[in-house]
Design a protein around this ligand. Sequence first.
Ligand SMILES: [Zn+2]
Ligand SMILES: [Zn+2]
Length: 233
Amino acid sequence: MGFWNRKKSDADAQTTCSEKKQIAKKPEKPIVKPDPACLPVKKVKIPLNKTTSEVKFVQNSIVFPCPICSELNTVDLYELDPILGGETMCMHCQDVLHIPGGYQTRSEVPKLKVYAGLPVAIRKFPLFYWNHPVIHELDEQGITRIIIQYGLWGFCQRCHHQFSPAVLINLPHTSGEIVDYRSLSSEEMMEMKSLRAGSCPFCSHRILLVIISEVPHYVISASENLSHRWEED
Ligand SMILES: [Zn+2]
Ligand SMILES: [Zn+2]
């Protein structure tokens, strides 16, 4: 009995060994490091920012109803950056608003919207961000990095401190996750440490006003032109 067993296991060992050799001969496949952000997560339905496209041009300004309280707000077009647009506060409900720069240059106006901030607990921000349809869309187009320049704004709900998008997008899902601080400035590092603990570094409030907007084409092409300039000799 012992003999047969031994023989069988010897044969097994041989097969395994030759299999191993075969595996070793195969050309090495590139190792794809799983990005924690790309790991399959259970799809979470998230609330989206309230918007308005009822924007009227009146001389050198635009007038629109606040997407939250419906009261009219007026913004001087000269205050807007032609690409980055601008952020302001509703004069009536104090929510933060993003106004696209296309209103100033009159580009893509029919597609543009004024966005109002959405309250999101700091702790829930990564879940909100990684489940956002705009982020998924940018990911599919391979241009997620544009979000550092345009498309994401995060403010403390109480003191209105504006957080760096580079910090927000790098906020880990869990407290144990390792964060690469090397690319962050010292101010961003301070923000990151406080947000990881779930609160604003200036007033300890635990809720953000977040805006994630669609990225207009003029922003994407401006960003492409910028990267081309870097390549020029
Ligand atoms: Zn309002
Ligand atoms: Zn604050």
